[in-house]
Design a protein around this ligand. Structure first.
Ligand code: MG
Length: 333
């Protein structure tokens, strides 16, 4: 299956359905001049900023994020071959973040033996990522250097951001086994390991069909149609070795209600990617209040603002507008 086309097609269908109910294009919100409420505990997935993060002075850009109200960040762009993040020495990167008042609880890293690119945009354009069971041990082995580098920087979580190319239910179970073995590697280094979803994890293996099918508004699927990838991943991974980071936007794109998942899998979903169609809060399509309330009720804390489209040239501006929204919501702690 061509995953990129699969994802693209699914998103466009869902966005089309949304656009039908929202003909009015929202104007870009004003940029926050200062933080509304500095007590809110919120983080950023730095993938959202694309190359803008590295334009000019990185230390100043970190301070700008802190001034927006961010308390912590999740990395993307770590390179196992160089131990650099976005081309910056990991130790130096961490020091600049710390100096700016930004903690780094987690980092996105695709398995080096599975994807050729580093975590973030490069891996999305990679042509590999095809999974087979013979790779399980090799993948876990390839994570040892990742675990070592991240342990040195005191990073609490490493998250695998992408599903491999999978063909059938046995592949899904094999991928879950790969997560388990990789989780053991991280556990030995004192790091928690997890998996981050897109929409295709909510596809089901429909009886009589090859591959996977994602539900749409017009063609919902139920358990009677066949098992869902996400359920298989959660049911076949060891909770002591593998947690999950739920991307709210991609969950909705998969025609799922994040609140239901947070209730049913309270002990598995450790962190959130808080994302809207573009600027947080702008579409009105994401029920952040109910989602956050359930997340807090589950006793979890790390929430990362994320923006998917990273080529706008307006990433900082959009993040500032997003944080203005987040920090003004009374339900955000
Ligand atoms: Mg995400």
């Amino acid at each position: 299956m061509d995953r990129r086309n699969f994802l693209k097609g699914a998103s466009m269908l869902s966005l089309g359905a949304l656009a039908a109910c929202n003909n009015e294009k929202a104007a870009a919100p004003a940029v926050a001049a200062e933080v509304n409420n500095p007590d809110k505990n919120f983080g950023i997935q730095i993938y959202s900023l694309g190359n803008e993060l590295y334009a000019g002075n990185l230390a100043d850009n970190f301070k700008r994020l802190h001034d927006m109200g961010f308390k912590y960040m999740e990395l993307a762009g770590y390179d196992v071959n160089t131990n650099k993040v976005g081309g910056v020495d990991f130790t130096e990167f961490k020091k600049m973040a710390t100096d700016a008042g930004l903690a780094i609880p987690s980092s996105h890293v695709n398995a080096p033996a599975l994807f050729s690119g580093v975590a973030g945009r490069e891996s999305r354009d990679g042509s590999d990522g095809q999974f087979n069971r013979s790779m399980i041990d090799k993948v876990a082995e390839s994570f040892k250097k990742v675990a070592e580098d991240h342990a040195k920087q005191g990073i609490e979580y490493v998250i695998h951001p992408m599903l491999a190319y999978l063909n059938n239910e046995d592949d899904v179970k094999g991928f879950a086994e790969m997560l388990n073995k990789s989780g053991e590697v991280f556990k030995a280094a004192g790091i928690k390991f997890g998996f981050h979803n897109h929409n295709m994890e909510f596809a089901r293996m429909v009886k009589g069909e090859a591959g996977f099918r994602l539900p749409t508004v017009l063609t919902p699927l139920t358990a009677a149609d066949g098992p869902m990838i996400m359920d298989l991943l959660m049911d076949n991974t060891d909770p002591s070795s593998v947690c999950f980071e739920m991307d709210l936007y991609w969950t909705v794109m998969g025609q799922q209600d994040p609140v239901v998942w947070l209730k049913n899998r309270a002990n598995r979903i450790e962190m959130l990617h808080v994302k809207d169609f573009v600027v947080l809060g702008e579409s009105g399509a994401m029920n952040f209040k109910n989602i956050f309330n359930q997340f807090y009720a589950n006793g979890k804390k790390y929430m990362y603002a994320e923006i998917e489209d990273i080529d706008s040239g307006k990433q900082f501006e959009r993040m500032e507008a997003s944080m203005k929204f987040i920090t003004s919501q009374p339900y955000v702690k």
